[in-house]
Design a protein around this ligand. Sequence first.
Ligand code: SF4
Length: 339
Amino acid sequence: MTKLAQGLLNWFENHGRKNLPWQSSPPNVYHIWVSEVMLQQTQVITVIDYFNRFIKAFPDIKALANAKEDEVMAAWAGLGYYSRALNLHKAAKIIASKYGGMFPKSFEEVVSLPGIGPSTAGAILSLGSNIKATILDGNVKRVLSRYHRVEGHYSKGPVIKELWKLAALHTPSTKNAHYTQAIMDLGATICTPKNPDCESCPISSHCLACLNNEQEIFPHKRSTKLSKPERNTAFLIFKNEKQEIFLKKRPSQGIWGGLWSFEECQDKDSIISQKIKQHNTNATIQMKLEKFKHGFTHYDLWISPVLIDSPGGSGNYYKKASLSKGVPAPVKKIIHSLE
Ligand code: SF4
């Protein structure tokens, strides 16, 4: 099992969502199917009431297959993207006539039903029928793009192919349904599009975007020729009383892989203060240096250097004269500018 899968399964025990109205033990595949279709374009919080009403109106596949189209549309009214309701109704009729009212159990059969793409098929099989299957919905794409630093926008075929490959790699054979729910929950609650809560994330110690402080860059936005995306970061320059500077080796993958750099964190006062205290409880900010821009191929990095007095700082503290090799260009630039 991969570290990502293990981390998510451990996290799921205490933090996963287990009381949604479509979750039951044993699972009801019809409920899972309806919820997955509703969730395609709608948030959980909105879906709950609609789901309860829909299931009350059509308690099983047979009831849905026998319903009139107008009745189905009336039960769906307000949820939007009405083709989803039409497809659900069409698929129920197919399941009733072709599979005797039993939801099919092979990926090929499920994905051939109207309104069900490969990721929804994977979710239904995994959550509804306890069959090992892989999903790649919007949440999973975001988590995997960040975890592996997947370059390029989703609209590109090779990017999606790469994400499916990674999604399959992490899909475990045991506790598959828990894993599926866990990775969807992580994307919805922790690894959110903006301001992901990496501090609470169970897979942060191996997430390349987090280790490189590049959460804002991944997943890549659709590229425009006009401007590159921008990212902000703070470099924390710890200096002890011997005028030695603290440097740490960067992760081997990611920007400046394997080079030596300052402590780095999001450019937010509260996070900077937290990081300083984590490093040395006696450390205090001496001054903030001028912010500057460093250009990469895919984005511009705005760097805010913060000079910090770190009394008693020991360990990876080095004399300025010994710091010219194995450091990225902006780090070298800052070191040279220090008195
Ligand atoms: S560490 Fe942060 S960026 Fe990485 S998966 Fe977790 S929440 Fe997302």
